[in-house]
Design a protein around this ligand. Structure first.
Ligand SMILES: [Zn+2]
Length: 295
């Protein structure tokens, strides 16, 4: 069974806009192979926020293979083994949406999320974003290079196995009670829904300032709403849960800032990425988002 950590970078807010992929294979308790590829997205539209993150320009991918071409050598390994990603909901969504954009079949994959794993094994008030966990574990890598991110993801899984004494990744996730994340066409339906919602906004149905609003399932099953507000002091994430209404930082805001969509029930996973682009790498206070990057 192959275990492959994967990471995608995207050209814009759309999930089918992958412009780079990185992969790292785990075998015998270590990373044994690393690959990265540039990808030409179906539309050559690069958002400044995305370029700021990964530094990939349209000229870099003009002659690169398409998504199905770039992924063809790797899909068999992904389909027959376990796929790891840091915030797997995002990467599995990119995989499904990008194959779907070319009418290519989406293989049935078993994905697991090292963000969820890190939250349980290496929790920290600073959060469990890839660079934070990696730096706490002494994993050296160049953040936002797809190949490097995939490598860091693999090393986080290996560290979690060492920490727990798990034999392999299936043993590790079983012990943590984590359920697999699937790459399905549901991700594609979400994409279409959220794209049509955005088209409405662009058409002027709602104010020009993008309203970012998320519904999340709380631990007791309650539904909470997190809204990004543009206040004079800067952007502000308001959650309707008890902690949030007392202006305390809550786990729902934490999850959105980490890009964790596990408990997202509002079908706008793409907006989570837009929120993250809006926030950038700024240090985030209890509720208020300080020094956020321009939208
Ligand atoms: Zn909350």
């Amino acid at each position: 069974m192959s275990v492959v950590a994967i990471d995608f970078e995207t050209a814009n807010e759309r999930r089918d806009s992958a412009c780079a992929v990185g992969l790292a294979w785990i075998e015998g308790g270590r990373v044994v192979r690393r690959e990265s590829r540039l990808i030409r997205p179906p539309q050559m539209r690069f958002s400044p926020g995305n370029i700021r993150i990964h530094g990939i320009l349209p000229a870099d991918v003009r002659d690169a293979p398409t998504f199905p071409e770039a992924m063809a050598p790797f899909l068999p390994d992904l389909a027959k083994g376990v796929v790891l990603a840091h915030n797997a909901g995002f990467d599995m969504g990119v995989l499904a949406a990008s194959l779907g954009a070319y009418g290519a079949p989406v293989p049935t994959l078993t994905g697991h999320c090292t963000l969820q794993i890190a939250r349980r094994i290496f929790p920290d008030p600073a959060g469990c974003g890839l660079s934070k966990v990696a730096s706490r574990l002494g994993i050296r890598f160049e953040h936002h290079d797809a190949g490097e991110d995939a490598y860091a993801c693999a090393e986080i899984a290996l560290a979690a196995m060492r920490e727990t004494g798990a034999r392999d990744v299936p043993d590790l996730v079983r012990g943590l009670g984590l359920t697999p994340i699937r790459a399905t066409n549901a991700a594609r339906r979400d994409l279409e829904r959220s794209t049509s919602a955005r088209a409405l906004r662009v058409a002027g149905a709602t104010p020009a300032v993008a309203e970012l609003r998320f519904s999340l399932r709380g631990s007791t099953g309650n539904r909470y709403v997190v809204v990004l507000e543009e206040n004079t002091g800067g952007p502000y994430l308001r959650c309707s849960c008890p902690a949030g209404t007392h202006r305390r930082r809550c786990r729902h805001v934490d999850a959105l800032i980490d890009g964790d969509i596990t408990d997202l029930i509002s079908n706008n996973a793409e907006d989570v990425e837009r929120l993250r682009l809006r926030i950038g790498d700024a240090v985030v206070g209890p509720v208020r988002v300080k020094g956020a990057a321009a939208a």
